[in-house]
Design a protein around this ligand. Structure first.
Ligand SMILES: Cc1cc2nc3c(=O)[nH]c(=O)nc-3n(C[C@H](O)[C@H](O)[C@H](O)COP(=O)(O)OP(=O)(O)OC[C@H]3O[C@@H](n4cnc5c(N)ncnc54)[C@H](O)[C@@H]3O)c2cc1C
Ligand code: FES
Length: 220
């Protein structure tokens, strides 16, 4: 069980509507791509789950979409601010794939820069709702970008091992196309390590805690 750590923010950059929050690593294990940390902004009661976006030497970076109070508090942090981190948590993507293809939508691209690095820059198909949101594609090498109303599933080449992260309707569509895909799911999470059952989802009639048995699940 990882313990909560306090670290300093080293910087925060705008990438389209998102914020790339950089935090000093100072001994923290970044985990596998697809794993996440619970991030706690000062003055906020509950931490928020965030995927590891980048893990350069000495740093961890998280790409954050400011959609509510918790994420807005994280996006307003500045260099020198202190932040609580718990992780790495959950499971990561399986990396033993022969022909990887990263498929992502919107803020679902967050784990891909680290994943792409670990898989030696495989092809990626990324979908966004606007050119502004698509600025995040600059973080993912070798990416083809599609904008709505085109969907990523229309641009996915066949014959690949798909690793996908994005909104639920996108994941459902990817799942229908490829039963062997690895899909990163989301649920609201309070603890992040299996204690509260707040993230439990029913899969094939069984309750699974997404923070322990996920967030990456096999499509089948
Ligand atoms: C494993 C995991 C990894 C994640 N990685 C990232 C990441 O890298 N970058 C990023 O920006 N976000 C990520 N998220 C989503 C992020 O944690 C939520 O957007 C955040 O917790 C919302 O908090 P808030 O206080 O800003 O908004 P809230 O007020 O809590 O929520 C705003 C709205 O979003 C809904 N919502 C909140 N959390 C979730 C959720 N997890 N799933 C579905 N709907 C939700 C709420 O019902 C509400 O309608 C991840 C979530 C999980 C589970
Ligand atoms: S978030 Fe508490 S059990 Fe998953």
């Amino acid at each position: 069980m990882p313990k909560r750590e306090l670290r300093s923010v080293t910087g925060a950059e705008q990438v389209g509507p998102y914020t790339l929050l950089r935090v000093e690593r100072d001994g923290l294990d970044p985990g596998e791509p697809g794993q996440f940390f619970m991030l706690e902004a000062p003055g906020r009661l509950l931490p928020r789950p965030m995927s590891v976006c980048l893990a350069p030497p000495g740093e961890l970076a998280f790409l954050i979409d400011p959609i509510g109070p918790g994420t807005r508090a994280l996006c307003s942090l500045e260099a020198g601010d202190r932040i609580g981190l718990l992780g790495p948590l959950g499971n990561g993507f399986r990396l033993d794939v022969e022909r990887p293809l990263l498929v992502g939508g919107g803020i679902g691209v967050a784990p891909f820069p680290y994943l792409s690095e670990q898989l030696s820059s495989p092809p990626a198909v990324l979908g966004f709702r606007s050119a502004w949101h698509a600025e995040a594609a600059v973080l993912v090498p070798n990416a083809e970008v599609v904008l709505e109303p085109t969907y990523v599933t229309e641009a996915m080449p066949a014959g690949h091992d798909v690793l996908a992260c994005g909104p639920e309707p996108m994941l459902e569509a990817v799942r229908r196309l490829g039963p062997h895909a690895q899909l990163a799911w989301e649920a609201p999470m309070a603890c992040g390590y299996g204690a509260c059952y707040g993230c439990a989802v029913e899969i094939d009639g069984e309750l699974k805690r997404l923070c322990v048995e996920g967030p990456i699940l096999a499509a089948a």
